[in-house]
Design a protein around this ligand. Structure first.
Ligand code: NI
Length: 190
């Protein structure tokens, strides 16, 4: 789809071995509200983390996952917006930097693996340009629109401790957080 698929061909060739599914942190949790640290280098340990994040995201299932959502305060993201039945098209993003956002806006319903069961329409720039390091530590720049643009902005927000509910009215945000707290308490009782 669009501008970003061309350079991903090598990344798709991943051998998916020794992957683990990690626990996903749910709001409210302080790790989701911290500004994450830049990654100094894309080494084997980080690749392992990214593989596990991808597996966790596919298992959830979701189309994007940021490291703080598995309790790791690093600027690392995995995304795959391919549809069911299509070939997988994972995008590994390290140290993301949005270097351009369009003036044109777009409203899209968003959800988040850290806020299960809650969805709301969020207005964001329709297009963006992202600079990042890929799975091999190579610098990349992509321009994204549609769902990928929304997904990138949502996940980069995670790296800055921002959740999609922060764009809603205080009333709506407080109501969702209240429900999440209640759901967590119910889980503890069971
Ligand atoms: Ni999210």
């Amino acid at each position: 789809m669009g501008h970003y698929s061309q350079h991903l061909n090598t990344e798709i060739q991943l051998t998916r071995i020794n992957m683990s599914i990690l626990d996903i942190v749910q709001e409210p949790d302080p790790v989701l509200r911290k500004k994450c640290d830049e990654v100094p280098a894309v080494d084997d340990e980080l690749k392992k983390l990214m593989n596990n994040m991808l597996e966790t995201m596919y298992n959830a299932p979701g189309i994007g996952l940021a490291a703080p959502q598995i309790g790791i305060s690093k600027r690392v993201i995995v995304i795959d917006i391919s549809r069911d039945g299509e070939n997988k098209n994972p995008l590994f993003i390290v140290n993301p930097k949005i270097i351009w956002k369009s003036e044109e806006l777009n409203a899209r319903e968003e959800g988040c693996l850290s806020l299960p069961g809650h969805y709301a329409e969020v207005i964001r720039p329709a297009k963006c340009k992202l600079e990042y390091l890929d799975y091999n530590g190579k610098q990349q720049i992509i321009e994204a629109d549609d769902l990928l643009s929304t997904c990138i902005q949502h996940e980069v927000d995670h790296c800055d401790g921002i959740l999609f509910i922060d764009y809603l009215s205080k009333l709506k945000k407080d109501m969702i957080i209240k429900k999440l707290i209640k759901a967590k308490k119910e889980k503890e009782i069971l």
